[in-house]
Design a protein around this ligand. Structure first.
Ligand SMILES: [Zn+2]
Length: 311
């Protein structure tokens, strides 16, 4: 049985035996969405009350230290079963789904959320789970457990960025070296680049080069702020990188009628904007989203110097 088939089996057994997961996946069928058009691309807004814990999670170090880590094996619900992945990782069904199939892949050790030494793991996950997009939220970019290394995965065919990359209306090839192609996105409201390639070693080198450049301008951060979405198809990896400059937008902290609980992470950057509160789902406008993305992402102009002569 392939690894992918074993994951499907895990999923089926978890939603039949674990009440929390079953109820939350059933409720996903009733989730409300709105499509907001921006000319050459669309975004989906999803009203998903189950995500409030994650979106509003307190991720300051004092709050993190005060709570039991929900990704550590000793604190996980008894019903939550895991499937080992490689050496030192465990695949879990995410009980608070955004996707029809939503996984969390956690390191077996309680260690900080950092991408540099785990980028190749992300590529391995993409290769072993070809029906999924694998995503990484940096410790200040939407991860609700910044103290415990993890990735997530959601079924393909859900995030608009997949279709947008296939259509190429908002991105163009800016360089190609050996196996690696680099694409830059324009007028997409979020400065974004995409590496494509077949060789994990070459991809890792390109990623590390970008990472080290970006780290120079965010030297005070635990790591340069990143969301990453990776997938694998027909032998080729696709790695979307969305550098960030802010964790949460001003609307998150605003009072009363100006408040919007939106804590952008990889899924939002991939084109599905998650609003856990109904009032935000109803009132959020294209202008709000454009403003929020502008606050938390680099502009096309800010990103350009970072990718000069890459890969
Ligand atoms: Zn932990």
């Amino acid at each position: 049985m392939s690894y992918s088939e074993r994951v499907n089996q895990l999923f089926i057994s978890q939603v039949s035996e674990w009440d929390l997961a079953r109820v939350n996946y059933e409720q996903l069928e009733n989730v409300r969405t709105r499509i907001i058009g921006f000319g050459t691309f669309d975004l989906t807004v999803q009203f998903n009350p189950g995500r409030i814990t994650s979106s509003a999670a307190k991720v300051d170090s004092r709050s993190i230290e005060a709570r039991p880590c929900f990704l550590c094996a000793k604190n996980r619900p008894l019903q939550q079963q895991g499937l080992p992945f490689g050496k030192g990782w465990t695949m879990l069904v995410n009980p608070f789904p955004i996707f029809d199939r939503h996984l969390t892949i956690v390191a077996d050790q309680h260690t900080d959320q950092r991408i540099l030494d785990s980028f190749r793991i992300m590529l391995s996950l993409a290769r072993e789970l070809p029906d999924y997009v694998i995503f990484y939220n940096g410790p200040q970019c939407g991860a609700s457990a910044p103290d415990h290394l993890h990735f997530q995965a959601g079924n393909k065919g859900f995030l608009p960025v997949e279709k947008d990359f296939a259509g190429k209306l908002n991105c163009s090839l800016i360089s190609r070296k050996g196996d690696i192609s680099l694409w830059q996105w324009k007028n997409y409201m979020r400065g974004m680049i995409t590496f494509e390639g077949t060789n994990p070693d070459d991809l890792a080198l390109s990623f590390e080069e970008f990472y080290s450049r970006f780290r120079l301008i965010q030297a005070d951060r635990p790591e340069p702020m990143l969301n990453i979405l990776t997938s694998f198809s027909s032998g080729t990896f696709t790695v979307h990188i969305i550098p960030r400059k802010l964790h949460r937008p001003s609307q998150f902290f605003a009072g009363d009628d100006k408040k919007i609980i939106l804590s952008p992470a990889s899924v939002d950057m991939g084109g599905v904007v998650i609003t856990p509160r109904e009032e935000d789902f109803v009132k959020i406008t294209a202008e709000d989203i454009s403003d929020i993305f502008g606050q938390v992402c680099l502009s096309d102009e800010e990103l350009s110097p970072l990718i000069k002569n890459l890969p």
